[in-house]
Design a protein around this ligand. Structure first.
Ligand SMILES: *[C@@H]1O[C@H](CO)[C@@H](O)[C@H](O)[C@H]1NC(C)=O
Ligand SMILES: *[C@@H]1O[C@H](CO)[C@@H](O)[C@H](O)[C@H]1NC(C)=O
Ligand SMILES: *[C@@H]1O[C@H](CO)[C@@H](O)[C@H](O)[C@H]1NC(C)=O
Ligand SMILES: *[C@@H]1O[C@H](CO)[C@@H](O)[C@H](O)[C@H]1NC(C)=O
Ligand SMILES: *[C@@H]1O[C@H](CO)[C@@H](O)[C@H](O)[C@H]1NC(C)=O
Ligand SMILES: *[C@@H]1O[C@H](CO)[C@@H](O)[C@H](O)[C@H]1NC(C)=O
Ligand SMILES: *[C@@H]1O[C@H](CO)[C@@H](O)[C@H](O)[C@H]1NC(C)=O
Length: 402
């Protein structure tokens, strides 16, 4: 099985090698990934201690794509070494994992457990995946059935949580319970509720028909949070990274759902189509990049943020390439290519030792009391934040696959 994967990857790499976007050291995807690895990032440790860390899961997803395309065993090795730091030889997950804290973030590592089990057959990875899967059986939900983002955020659905939970839920179901209809229907429910509760609708005020058609960061089903809108409970702004996570979840879960799940596939594809079409309209018409706060284009303090933008490029290009969405007139691919041009000119910083830095990733954005426009623009940006540079690897990979 391992050999078959490598051969497939090598053949695929010969086919696309001629079209790679060139850098001083090769394609941008491997330039960025090799830089992350040379800095020791995404290795399962935080401050020297094992930690179940969702950006590692995002980076491992990107490394898997690179490994399967080009056959570089170092990428597979980095995934396995990172996971081996948080999963013991008997399949115990490191002690920072607390099932009873009911945090969806942990689960983003789960697809790597399943992948390693499939590639190596080692039971410890299956045992660890089973532990994560058991969290979902008792994870608290809203009255409608949406998983709470975390136990400490009762009744709240965040777009971020869909990316943390659903690729794992779908990967587990596809691998071990492909005929569990309850699970597929539950995944369908998670996406449907999140979309319906957060999509920005046109105002019912006939004088104001402005709407991005995109998704607010999250919602509070109980409407008790200070940031919850009185009518629907959604938060006040569309934040680029939350929508980026959601867009990647749509495209990645579409890659996992069997063709027989027609209704689920249709929901995911139509959501992705609408988001991609609306993102084309929301790209800034001078720079071609997307604003940190998509609902406030051009407002003082707003800026072009790098993690969300790269997530959009990946989701849009992958959605078109794999035939999940239509790109009538080529506007989606064109918008993604223009935005990628902005990314490499503005956020990639070549270093003298042959690696690159990646700039302008906002460190955090969360739905705390007081969440508003000023909150988002006041958060620090960082260089080489793994959430951003992993998204850049994914975006570059899809640009190279065009
Ligand atoms: C394989 O990946 C490693 C780790 O990033 C990198 O150092 C190496 O140059 C890559 N090898 C090839 C042949 O690209
Ligand atoms: C390049 O320099 C960075 C620090 O700026 C360092 O973390 C990294 O390990 C170096 N990589 C190589 C390949 O020398
Ligand atoms: C796990 O999380 C629960 C819920 O927050 C908490 O009550 C418990 O003390 C935590 N356990 C550990 C070992 O931290
Ligand atoms: C199927 O999925 C549902 C929903 O997650 C779960 O409650 C149930 O235990 C699963 N069935 C089996 C046989 O594991
Ligand atoms: C128009 O409606 C949108 C969506 O409800 C709202 O976000 C925006 O603030 C409104 N604009 C004005 C000028 O009222
Ligand atoms: C760019 O968008 C702004 C509004 O955000 C608009 O005023 C301007 O006319 C547009 N420019 C072009 C060249 O389309
Ligand atoms: C990173 O981006 C920030 C904000 O755009 C800028 O102030 C800073 O100079 C950039 N850093 C580098 C090393 O280019």
């Amino acid at each position: 099985m391992v050999l078959a994967h490598i051969l497939t990857g090598l053949l695929a790499s010969l086919a696309v090698a001629a079209t790679f976007t060139q850098t001083p050291t090769g394609a941008y995807s491997t330039y960025a990934a090799d830089s992350v690895i040379s800095r020791g990032q995404g290795n399962g440790l935080t401050n020297g201690k094992p930690q179940v860390n969702y950006p590692d899961g995002e980076f491992q997803w990107a490394l898997r794509l690179l490994f399967e395309r080009g056959g570089n065993q170092s990428y597979f090795g980095w995934i396995q070494a990172g996971v081996n730091r948080i999963v013991s030889s008997t399949g115990q997950i490191s002690s920072d994992y607390n099932l009873s804290a009911y945090t969806l973030d942990y689960l983003r590592l789960g697809p790597s457990f399943i992948y390693l089990y499939q590639m190596t057959g080692e039971q410890k990875y299956k045992t660890a995946a089973d532990t994560f899967r058991s969290q979902l059986n008792t994870h608290p939900r809203t009255a409608q059935g949406q998983f709470w983002h975390k136990l400490i955020y009762p009744n709240q659905g965040w777009l971020d949580g869909i990316y943390m939970g659903e690729p794992f839920y779908a990967a587990y179901t596809a691998a071990f319970q492909p005929t569990n209809q309850t699970a597929w229907d539950d995944i369908h429910l998670q996406f449907s509720l999140m979309y319906e509760n957060t999509v920005q609708l046109k105002s019912t005020n006939s004088h104001n028909t402005t709407s991005t058609g995109l998704l607010y960061h999250g919602y509070d089903h109980s409407h008790v949070q200070s940031w919850a809108s009185p009518d629907r409970g959604h938060s006040p702004e569309v934040w680029d990274r939350a929508l980026g996570w959601y867009s990647m979840a749509l495209v990645d879960v579409l890659g996992l759902v069997p063709a027989s799940q027609v209704a689920l596939r249709s929901t995911l594809a139509s959501q992705l189509q609408s988001i991609a079409d609306n993102l084309v309209k929301q790209a800034d018409n001078v720079t071609n990049a997307w604003w940190l706060v998509l609902t406030q284009p051009g407002r003082s303090g707003n800026y072009f943020e790098s993690s969300g933008g790269c997530m959009f490029i990946y989701a849009m290009l992958r959605g078109v390439r794999l035939g999940y969405i239509k790109d009538t007139g080529g506007s989606i691919i064109a918008a993604a290519q223009r935005a990628f041009g902005y990314a490499i000119s503005n956020w990639v910083i070549p270093k003298s030792n042959g690696t690159m830095d990646f700039n302008n990733t906002v460190i955090v954005g969360s739905l705390q009391p007081g969440n508003d426009y000023e909150y988002y623009i006041s958060q620090q940006i960082d260089i080489n934040d793994l959430k951003g540079v992993a998204a850049f690897v994914l975006a570059s990979y899809e640009i190279e696959m065009l």
